[in-house]
Design a protein around this ligand. Structure first.
Ligand code: HEM
Length: 131
């Protein structure tokens, strides 16, 4: 039986393994390794805050996650294929490490945020195109 997600340390483990997969991925890896210069320990800590707020009901993430993606969308248009790949890697990392209700909650929330983000990025692209 696999563990359930219970602590910040569990979330950090999830986020760290997720980004190991992301960096190697042929479809979205380059966004994280070439398009944006990331301070990885900082990024992992911010994303851990984000998921800790959602999954453990501890509101340590106070920013607007959508905003950075609008900026990113200008450098590299974020398409459905990118979101599908992001989600597939996130689900696969969750299933590799954990199971249980919080794991299922993580999948549901990730899917709904990714769907909303994909919609907003598309909308933003259409609104900013020259006529
Ligand atoms: C196409 C899919 C995605 C790509 C390529 C992507 C890429 C990135 C990159 C490159 C950053 C770092 C930006 C920077 O610091 O300059 C970032 C930040 C972040 N991403 Fe994503 N992302 C994607 C989808 C998602 C989804 C679906 C979620 C949530 C479920 C998410 C949550 C976040 C959060 C919370 C941050 C930190 C924002 C902050 O600094 O406060 N991302 N993303």
């Amino acid at each position: 039986m696999k563990a359930s997600i219970e602590t910040r340390a569990d979330i950090e483990k999830l986020v760290t393994l997720f980004y190991e997969k992301v960096k190697k991925d042929p479809t979205i890896g380059f966004i994280f390794t070439e398009k944006v210069q990331l301070d990885w320990p900082h990024h992992i800590s911010v994303i851990t805050d984000f998921w800790e707020s959602i999954l453990l009901d501890n509101p340590v993430y106070q920013k607007n996650a959508m905003e950075v993606h609008y900026d990113l969308n200008k450098k590299i248009p974020l398409e459905k294929i990118h979101f599908d790949t992001w989600l597939q890697l996130f689900f696969c990392t969750l299933d590799e490490l954990f199971e249980g209700p919080i794991t299922e909650k993580a999948k549901i929330r990730a899917k709904s945020i990714a769907d909303l983000m994909a919609f907003k990025m598309q909308q933003n692209k259409e609104n900013s195109s020259p006529l």
